[in-house]
Write a protein that binds this ligand. Structure first.
Ligand code: ADP
Ligand code: ZN
Length: 731
């Protein structure tokens, strides 16, 4: 879209809708006319659908037969740069535009007319007679500190009927107010000074601030060990962005991290920023969507999909923990939020800060190539020093069957308990045991719908498939041979490790951090705060503990199985293991006490383990980069993964083979095709999966070739085809 155009009433306009159609629809502009970019309601058959006026309509239709748009919605029109961004993400990821528009309008009630509504908030003292249901309502209101809710939302969140809330209104414990549907966010004060920075930090902050002042696009990789003050430094760039009247977006990989961050923002700028993630209420989502478009949300903290909010003037995007794999969206539109942040910034003349202690090889290579600026913070702030790292050679440890904590590690944990310090035992496996085997016949219990073994979760008292989420009770008898009482768990998950910890350290207070053990983001937040305040001696965690939580009393990290990530054929196995273990180790010794990280390994001489222990990050990256370059794989070559799925293997292979035979468009650009082959997980949710892999040189216009190639076929029946550009996981 170029400069916005106004269409007089009755003029032909082309409208992009969220309906799965492969073209724009032509309508007449509604009464009062409309701007290009306006969000509109359009009649389609008997229904009304949401759309965006994309441009002038085509002239080919009989004007008398064209339908008029119903009305223009009362939200800020889509800006030209947003339309361009969506188009480019669609082109890059081979996603049809209606699906892109859905991604950009993920807020409920955008078509509702603006109006007043009743909202409910905490008022006065509690009621004289407290009931369990009333208590739950008040608890929700308190938990969201001062926020107000609609009647329906509050009832749902508290799990009560609306009459309970009405009752509390009568008693004066809850106040009912009329309110415009969406209020602007509180103003942030960007003039207040931050903490006095060290010289290192000052230099980095000045460079970021100068970037923001330039008003031009640019990406900076901000590298620094955990605790070196990256957040303090990029907060200076946020402040400068706000001072210039532009908006800033900070992406975090994990909802549980937002609580700490919100507090820091509040301490610095005097108010909380807007939040966007799956834990946010529907009313808040809608409010933020609208306010972002009106420029009334100066700072947004969120998950990857916040990139698609309709910011009026986005000046800065921070991607914290930029190497984190959760930035890759793995279903629906397959995109990397890190890469799309760079794209969004380039169409908005905005800045990007990629922050990490262990950057992705992609970002490292872009910095080496001069595409990104690189800033390094080398020291930890204050007295905190990086933890010492040592291997525990498991071949030399005396460990009984079904035990995973070596005597050496045990002694270190005991020592920490005596000193009143915390230990973290890291095991990247949810549940009790990854495998359940029948000791009579050797059968392993597998999911009925997937090519995956079921994982025992004792906490849930069920077997769970980590692919599809299917659960079933633990059977009494072997489903294969019918023998009773012979089913046994094999290998550890965090729950089983917790059992061992309970036996070895009966006096210790133990906290398990695993995403499946918490019913809500709020419960998880509470647990994290409890741990930070010293409410546990031993923390047992999956990879979610690796992500930036600050536990000041933690001085020991024990990695239960450092070899776990090294198995498998994933091209990023070494990189992921390196990042994960370095991140986890970085949890130790953040405050004034030095930390120690102990890695239990059967391969202490493995090059990756040695690189981790040596802490030679640049050396590791250079070696890894050389290997990838030699293999012509990302970031030195391009890749696309194609997954074809169907209810029968034959149907999936039919399409895959047909595609493989018709590979002329790929050969024309020198791309190579591998496969088809059954996917590593050959069946998920009852659907058989076949994979193809396309590899090409870095400079190749791969999307155009892929579009041409895939476009030769239309999947029939229930066969589905998905293309994943720059795939991160190969399952
Ligand atoms: P990172 O984001 O690199 O992990 P943080 O910005 O969270 O590091 O800093 C780690 C801790 O040190 C935080 O508690 C932070 O407030 C504190 N800190 C960092 N730099 C300073 C500074 N210059 N003055 C005071 N405290 C600082
Ligand atoms: Zn399954």
């Amino acid at each position: 879209m170029a400069e916005p155009v106004f269409f007089e009433e009755g003029a032909r306009v082309a409208v992009l809708t969220t309906q799965p159609l492969d073209r724009l629809l032509t309508y007449r502009a509604p009464a009062g006319g409309c701007w290009q970019g306006a969000f509109v309601e359009a009649p389609l058959g008997p229904r009304k659908v949401m759309g965006v006026v994309w441009g002038p309509g085509e002239g080919g239709f009989d004007a008398a037969k064209l339908r008029g748009l119903s009305r223009v919605l009362d939200v800020a029109p889509m800006r030209g740069e947003m339309a361009e961004f969506l188009t480019r993400v669609g082109d890059y990821t081979l996603t049809p535009m209606p699906q892109m528009l859905r991604l950009a309008t993920r807020a409920p009630g955008l078509t509702d007319p603006p109006s007043m509504r009743k909202i409910y908030r905490l008022d006065g003292a509690g009621p004289e007679r407290m009931t369990e249901a009333r208590g739950r309502v008040l608890e929700v209101l308190r938990a969201y500190g001062g926020l107000a809710f609609t009647l329906g939302e509050l009832a749902e969140m508290a799990g009560v009927t609306t009459s309970v809330i009405k009752g509390l209104v009568k008693l004066g414990a809850v106040r009912e107010e009329e309110s415009p549907r969406d209020l602007p966010y509180p103003r942030l004060d960007p003039t207040a000074p931050g903490k006095p920075l060290t010289d290192d930090q000052r230099a980095a902050a000045d460079a970021l601030v100068a970037g923001v002042r330039s008003g031009a696009y640019g990406t900076t990789l901000l590298r620094g060990v955990t605790g070196s003050g990256k957040t303090e430094v990029y907060m200076e760039a946020v402040a400068e962005t706000l001072r210039r009247g532009r908006q800033a977006l900070v992406l975090l990989p994990e909802i549980a991290l937002t609580a700490q961050f919100l507090k820091r923002v509040e301490a610095r700028f005097g108010a909380r920023p807007a939040e966007w993630h799956s834990g946010v209420t529907m009313t808040e989502r809608r409010r933020l969507w609208r306010m972002a478009g009106e420029g009334e949300a100066p700072l947004v903290v969120g998950a990857r999909s916040a990139l698609y909010l309709p910011f009026r003037d986005l000046g800065l995007i921070v991607v914290d923990e930029e190497h984190d794999q959760s930035y890759k969206q793995e279903d629906g539109v397959l995109y990397s939020a890190r890469d799309m942040a760079v794209l969004r910034a380039s169409v908005n003349a905005a800045r990007v800060v990629l922050a990490s202690a262990t950057p992705s090889l992609e970002s490292w290579a872009n910095a080496e190539a001069g595409k990104y600026t690189r800033l390094d913070l080398t020291a930890r702030f204050g007295a905190a020093v990086l933890p010492e790292m040592r291997a525990i050679d498991m071949r030399a440890e005396d460990l009984p069957a079904n035990r995973w904590i070596s005597p050496t590690l045990e002694a270190h944990v005991r020592d920490r308990i005596e000193k009143g310090e915390q230990s973290l035992l890291f095991l990247n496996r949810r549940g009790f045991a990854p495998v359940t085997i029948c000791r009579a016949c050797g059968h392993q219990i597998a999911c009925d719908h997937c090519d995956a073994r079921m994982v025992e979760h004792r906490f849930l008292k069920r077997l769970v498939c980590h692919q599809c989420g299917e659960t079933k009770p633990m059977p009494e008898v072997c489903p294969e041979c019918g023998v009773e009482g012979k089913l046994a768990p094999v290998g550890p998950g965090v729950e089983r490790l917790a059992e061992e910890v309970g036996e070895r350290f009966p006096e210790a207070r133990v906290a398990v951090l695993s995403s499946d053990l918490f019913a809500s983001a709020r419960a998880l937040k509470a647990q994290i705060e409890l741990i930070a305040a010293g409410g546990a001696d031993i923390i047992i965690g999956t990879q979610m503990v690796a992500k930036g939580h600050n536990f000041p009393l933690l001085t020991l990290v024990g990695v239960i199985d450092a070899d776990l990530g090294l198995q498998g054929s994933d091209l990023r196995a070494a990189e992921k293991t390196f990042q994960l273990i370095r991140q986890v180790a970085g949890r130790a010794g953040r405050a004034d006490k030095p930390g120690l990280a102990l890695l239990q390994t059967f391969q202490p001489d493995h090059p990756v383990i040695r690189a981790i222990l040596a802490g030679d990050e640049d050396g590791f990256w250079r070696a890894e980069a050389a290997e990838r370059q030699a293999a012509g794989v990302p970031p030195y070559g391009r890749m696309a993964g194609i997954v074809i799925s169907a209810t029968t293997v034959e149907a999936a292979f039919d399409l895959a083979n047909a595609l493989a035979r018709a590979d002329a468009p790929l050969r024309a650009v020198g791309a190579q095709l591998y496969g088809p082959a059954p996917a590593p997980i050959a069946r998920i949710r009852g659907r058989h999966r076949v994979r193809l892999l396309v590899k090409a040189d870095k400079g190749v216009a791969l999307q155009a070739a892929l579009r041409q190639w895939v476009g030769q076929f239309t999947p029939k029946g229930d066969t589905r085809l998905s293309v994943d550009i720059d795939p991160q996981s190969f399952y």
